[in-house]
Design a binder for this molecule. Structure first.
Ligand code: PGA
Ligand code: ZN
Length: 434
């Protein structure tokens, strides 16, 4: 047993310039752990809420109340408890705030606390975080296959296009380094194409190029052109991944494509995306339908689940119960894992375990509001999750996560690069791994 001696919350600032919560945990032997809460912009309605102060100052995003909870009831409860008992610590956080969305303590307060304890425990065990996670929770580590954004959109780019993330994956690479190299080529080829059209207008929230397009499909066509300009054959070593984030533009089964000035019913959106799956080398689609459109998710997965990875983000919100229900319904076949959606490490691990038990794939993911915190790089390796989604290939709150993976892979025992293995159940896997 190594007791927690002190816990301190402080206000720091995220990649969008908004305040967020950092927690320092100090153990009785002086060893420390630290973590920072990230923040989403296209949030699911069933995810843990970030406690914000409201009012005019700081755009209402102040975190004084969340910090008061950390430095008050959370510190009082956790000091003296064993930092090596992550499940026990997280259970006390849940006891303190049993509300489904953690609206008493704030998910931002609980996630920074829970992750800071995990960091302190790893340091106390004299292990890098990835190793501590693998050993404590019984997973075989591996270096993840990245999903990397080339164009931003949706809520991350002033809704300039409806689709949120136009990404690439490089399942045909033989190393993480090779993924970085290929991504560099594709990312800058895309920038060159935008510049040659006079459409280079900076970057969106996660570092992808700002989406100056006349239609959503033009973004897809441009992504294919960028892959080709980088000297690659689309669908070969490099494939496309989309996060539709459909909850952001659809409700009650009606989807409003603002850019194209048309409304689609659920079935029409499924047909549109199906057409894209046929026409473009798309291997993974996240939140193709809205979080309230279970029938649409089930129909989409019935039609395309054998061809592409279908990820639930807003639909599952890293919630083990919702994942089990979606397994039962066959409403997706992959879970996005964002610790702050559920608010503690243990609850995120339960969600991950539920996905794995079902034979699903999983993607550990950042939020659109991020910081220098690299916990998710370690989690993706330590859980052997196989995939990591961090945003684009620019801006340090993104690059720090890719760079951390490069460091971790030099650690002995951090496992092999997952490469195309997580995509074995898709058309790409059947074509390339037979
Ligand atoms: P968010 O978006 O962090 O803004 O919620 C990320 C995602 O949808 O995957
Ligand atoms: Zn998403």
């Amino acid at each position: 047993m190594t007791a927690i001696k002190a816990l301190k919350g402080r206000r720091v600032w995220d990649s969008r310039g908004h305040p967020t919560v950092e927690v320092d945990v100090t153990l009785e032997n002086g060893i420390k752990g630290r973590a920072i809460a990230p923040a989403g912009a296209s949030r699911g309605t069933r995810e843990a809420i970030d406690l914000r102060d409201g009012g005019h100052a700081l755009k209402g995003k102040g975190v004084d109340a969340a910090l008061a909870n950390i430095n008050g009831s959370i510190a009082t409860t956790l000091v003296g408890l064993d930092a090596m008992d992550q499940m026990g610590i997280d259970a006390r956080l849940v006891d303190l705030d049993p509300s489904p969305l953690k609206d008493t303590l704030g998910g931002n307060a609980t996630v920074a606390t829970s992750l800071a304890v995990l960091h302190a425990a790893a340091a106390n065990a004299r292990k890098p975080l990835w190793r501590h996670v693998a050993d404590s929770f019984g997973y075989a580590p591996s270096i993840p296959l990245p999903e990397i954004q080339i164009f931003g959109g949706g809520a991350h780019a002033g809704r300039r296009v409806d689709i949120q993330d136009f990404m690439i994956m490089v399942p045909g690479a033989s190393s993480f380094d090779e993924v970085m190299e290929v991504t560099n080529e594709v990312y800058f080829a895309a920038g060159d194409i935008m510049a040659s059209r006079g459409n280079l207008a900076g970057v969106a929230d996660e570092g992808g190029w700002w989406p100056v397009f006349r239609s959503n499909e033009e973004a897809l066509e441009t992504l294919v052109a960028a892959i080709e300009k980088a000297g690659e054959t689309p669908g070969d070593r490099v494939v496309i991944s989309l996060d539709v984030a459909a909850s952001e533009f659809g409700q009650d089964g009606v989807y409003k494509l603002t850019l194209e000035d048309r409304n689609l019913e659920s079935g029409a959106l499924i047909d549109l995306l199906g057409g894209w799956i046929d026409a473009y080398p798309i291997v993974s689609i996240e939140d193709p339908l809205g979080e309230d459109d279970a029938d649409g998710m089930i129909e989409f997965t019935r039609r395309f689940g054998h061809q592409v990875q279908i990820i639930g983000d807003d639909y599952l919100v890293t919630n083990a119960g919702l994942i089990r229900a979606a397994v039962e319904d066959y409403a997706c076949n992959c879970a996005l894992i964002k610790v702050n959606q559920v608010g503690t490490v243990s609850e995120a691990l339960s969600a991950y375990a539920a996905a794995r038990e079902a034979g699903w794939t999983a993607v550990v993911s950042a939020r659109s509001g991020e910081t220098e915190d690299t916990s998710i790089s370690h989690l993706s390796v330590g859980l052997g999750a196989g995939q990591l989604k961090v945003g684009s290939f620019q801006r340090s709150e993104r690059m720090v996560k890719w760079n951390e993976c490069l460091r971790i892979q030099d650690d002995p025992g951090s496992g092999d690069f997952a490469a195309g293995e997580p995509l074995a159940g898709t058309w790409w896997g059947r074509r390339h791994q037979a």
